[in-house]
Ligand binder design. Structure first.
Ligand SMILES: Cc1ncc(COP(=O)(O)O)c(C=O)c1O
Length: 381
């Protein structure tokens, strides 16, 4: 509870400030809850599908075969990898998928390594399944530091968990760095005579700006497991729909798939939400209007740059992770709160000396918060 308290604290503080000052006067950048409505196609599909009869029973734990086929066809085209429906387990969002994967592959005491700053729930998910979480430093611009990764891998490492585009930094890992990571992992597997899985958590894969491309993890490393959801790309986080996909060339592919179907059941999910599986099957490749997030990113980055904030412009996701002008990120975030601006201290993501701004908010919130961001920066410069 105390380790997870940052997001919780911001949430409670937000509720208190909104009650006191009115919701419109509080600039809440604390949660990664997309503000854009799902694409029109979503409600159209839902209305059509909800009328059909005979779809409310138990199903294969991996999910409906026709849904997995549609997803496999999309990933095959999008990423150029020969995946099939049998490589996929439908899950309750990316969070569900991560838990299903970790329960399937971890033995007690196995290490889960993740480049930091990172999504802090990883700690709890590793712990849920007997794993030991270890964060690994990244470079100044939050790209992968392979020397740090190499030094962190031991004979107990079972999973390297990466997230690109990243929460909280928005950074994207290049094809070259993923290839180098793949090479490093193959060497370490050889050294320690065990399989290390590369788990790629990609719920922000489709939220990218400036014509960059997100490489396919399966091209860089065979023993990869892709984890994702439609929470962010079509703005349905409350609906809890995602999937895990095992690399078709993974050494223990069949065992992992069978284990994941079992863990989906025994963790208690049983299967991913039936209605949502059928809806998203018809929406592979669909997204909200990404240009709106790009507009918000540019509005925020241009405004904060003028106020003197120092940051790496995020090429993806909807988060900005600026440096705090003082070492104490918690004190800086408290100063922003006095201006009714809610953000999360970087310490909450294992990235002290920074703070996270979730810019999946209305444009007005960004524009109206800038004077407050400026006043606080002026106090500390
Ligand atoms: C990096 C990352 N992974 C996983 C999740 C969980 O996503 P979902 O809502 O699909 O479970 C989130 C949610 O914010 C996230 O930021």
């Amino acid at each position: 509870m105390s380790r997870s308290s940052w997001i919780r604290k911001m949430f409670e503080e937000g509720a208190r400030l909104k009650a006191e000052h009115g919701a419109d006067n509080v600039f809440d950048f604390s949660l990664g809850n997309p503000n854009l409505e799902p694409p029109e196609q979503f409600s159209q599909n839902l209305e059509k599908i909800v009328q059909e009869k005979g779809w409310h029973g138990y199903m294969p734990q991996a999910g409906y075969p026709h849904v997995r086929e549609k997803i496999a066809a999309f990933v095959k085209k999008d990423q150029g990898v020969a995946v099939s429906a049998d490589d996929i387990v439908m899950t309750c969002g990316a969070a569900g998928a991560l838990n299903v994967v970790l329960k399937a592959v971890l033995d007690p005491g196995d290490e889960v390594l993740s480049p930091a700053p990172c999504f802090v729930e990883y700690l709890f998910y590793a712990d849920n399944h007997g794993g030991v979480f270890k964060s690994v430093a990244t470079r100044e611009d939050f790209t992968l530091d392979l020397d740090a990764m190499s030094a962190a891998i031991t004979d107990k490492t079972k999973v390297v968990l990466i997230n690109s585009p990243n929460n909280p930094t928005g950074q994207v890992y290049s094809k070259e760095s993923l290839n180098a990571l793949g090479q490093l992992l193959r060497q370490k597997c050889e050294t320690y005579q065990r399989t290390i899985y590369l788990v790629a958590d990609e719920p922000y894969r489709k939220i990218i700006f400036d014509d960059i491309e997100i490489p396919s993890i399966f091209d860089s490393y065979a023993d990869s497991i892709l984890v994702t959801s439609h929470s962010k790309d079509i703005s349905i986080p409350g609906e809890r729909i995602g999937f895990a996909m095992v690399g078709p060339e993974a050494e223990y592919r069949d065992d992992i798939i069978n284990a994941m179907a079992l863990t989906n059941r025994i963790i208690g999910f049983v299967n991913a939400p039936a209605l949502m599986q059928r809806v998203v099957a018809e929406m592979q490749g669909a997204t909200v209007d990404i240009s709106q997030y790009k507009h918000k990113r540019d509005l925020l980055c241009d405004g904060l740059r003028e106020c003197g904030y120092d940051f790496t412009t995020p090429p993806g996701a909807f988060y900005l992770f600026p440096k705090t002008p003082i070492p104490d990120d918690v004190a800086f975030v408290k100063a922003l709160q006095e201006e009714l601006i809610l953000v999360v201290p970087g310490s909450g993501f294992m990235g002290p000396g920074h703070f996270r701004i979730a810019f999946c908010v209305a444009d007005d919130v960004i524009v109206n918060a800038l004077p407050g961001f400026k006043r606080v920066m002026e106090r500390y410069r």
